[in-house]
Design a protein around this ligand. Structure first.
Ligand SMILES: *Cc1c(COP(=O)(O)O)cnc(C)c1O
Length: 412
């Protein structure tokens, strides 16, 4: 994995160059587009904004509608679209080991949209290419998968198949997977979308592709595998050498990564990636007024979002980001060591920055004071800590001290 780090100066130059090769609503002759720069009653330029590459792009308001790895798309914003193509290339080729140019993708509104985009493509494939009925298509995932999987299944009319995990190690229970698939098959499901997670939201647990697919293959020959790396995509590839959820595994057809979580880019920066050839399935051929057609769920989308991701990735480079993740992992190690010493029971994947603590060890006041998040607010079984960039060792120590006091009182 390698991408170069760029200096502040170079990042600024490149973004302004990209912006200057876009059409400009103020200076070009643009009569036909239902878009413009941001409303000047609120968004007037100042010298500060003119110096800031991101804010300048935001003010110029380029629309990145369409899918620019597929074709050129709208000709008006080619400059900033090129930065989107570059960031997708870093994610697909460098982080997730796709072959050069063998993928399509776009910056979506978030992980939810990217996950639904994947389901939409596979549902259409099964229906158009295999003659499937909608009632014959199912999507299988574990109970730790993000709820967007249900949202998509509901919108698209496909059947959700939820499989239990082991309460302690959060791995899929193979017997339950077998049973659920047999049951679905008996109910007429013939086509399966497999939704695997690279970092579940509550536990940071990582699905094992072989464990899952060895069982799926026994009952189904028509399946696609989507990897939800919305949370883990900018963490796990930098902390672990296991690669079964990357594009280099021929079983994996699409991946979601959110830049607005670990990478701290503004909201609206989910990333959808899929193997070349698949995105045709979500083409809306009626989108005749969009030059280059449309393949995405969202339609119009801000070019500034793509530029934000590009800028963050370039300001670290692969080495810088690997170091940043190593720091986050070591802060997570720190709190886990303390918890082990205190005999507090928790789950953690060693390559991730989420620590889920069993609820009986956490007094309610502490969960409230530190804003821990529960798996289920009605009857919490787990409270989680996510070691994000603002979660310092000092803050973690403060929490550990409070927890220690509580546990000592309990014993007395
Ligand atoms: C956050 C998250 C999502 C949803 O992402 P949004 O960007 O909030 O739409 C999906 N999957 C996982 C694993 C997540 O952590």
């Amino acid at each position: 994995m390698y991408w170069a780090q760029l200096s502040e100066r170079m990042i600024k130059d490149k973004v302004f160059k990209a912006l200057n090769s876009n059409f400009n609503y103020s200076t070009d002759l643009i009569l036909g587009i239902p878009g413009s720069y941001l409303n000047q009653k609120q968004f007037y330029s100042t010298s500060f904004i003119k110096e800031s590459p991101f804010l300048s792009v935001l003010m110029h308001n380029p629309n990145h509608i369409g899918c620019h790895t597929y074709n050129k798309g709208e000709k008006y914003f080619l400059g900033t679209q090129q930065l989107e193509i570059e960031l997708l290339q870093i994610c697909a080729e460098e982080i997730l080991e796709a072959k050069k140019g063998e993928y399509d993708g776009y910056v979506a509104t978030g992980g939810t949209e990217a996950n639904i985009q994947a389901q939409w493509i596979y549902r259409n494939y099964f229906m158009k290419e295999k003659g499937a009925l909608i009632s014959e298509i199912g999507i299988v995932f574990t109970e730790d998968a993000h709820y967007s999987v249900y949202k998509g299944a509901n919108l698209l009319g496909i059947s959700p198949i939820c499989v239990k995990v082991d309460a302690d190690n959060r791995r899929v229970i193979q017997d339950d997977l077998k049973n659920q698939l047999k049951k679905s098959s008996a109910q007429g499901i013939k086509y399966i979308i497999v939704h695997l997670s690279m970092g579940t939201t509550m536990f940071g647990s990582i699905d094992d592709a072989d464990l899952f697919l060895d069982i799926v293959r026994k009952d189904f020959c028509n399946y696609f595998v989507h990897v939800d790396a919305a949370f883990g995509g900018f963490i796990y590839p930098f902390s672990s050498s296991k690669k079964d959820l990357y594009f280099q595994n021929p079983e994996i057809s699409s991946i979601t990564i959110d830049a607005h979580k670990m990478l701290q880019s503004p909201y609206g920066t989910g990333i959808f990636l899929c193997r070349k050839g698949l995105i045709d399935q979500s083409q809306t051929s009626e989108a005749a007024y969009v030059y280059g057609s449309d393949f995405t769920l969202c339609g119009s989308r801000s070019g500034a979002n793509a530029v934000a991701i590009w800028m963050i990735l370039k300001s670290y480079g692969s080495t810088g980001w690997t170091d940043a993740i190593a720091q986050v992992i070591s802060r997570t190690d720190f709190i886990c060591h303390k918890l082990v010493k205190m005999k507090v029971k928790f789950y953690r994947n060693p390559h991730m920055n989420i620590v889920s603590i069993k609820a009986p060890f956490i007094p309610k006041e502490l969960a409230e004071k530190y804003n821990l998040v529960a798996d289920n607010y009605h009857s919490p079984k787990w409270w989680k800590i996510v070691v994000m960039p603002h979660v310092t060792t000092a803050l973690l120590s403060e929490f550990i001290n409070d927890l220690d006091k509580f546990n000592k009182c309990e014993c007395n």
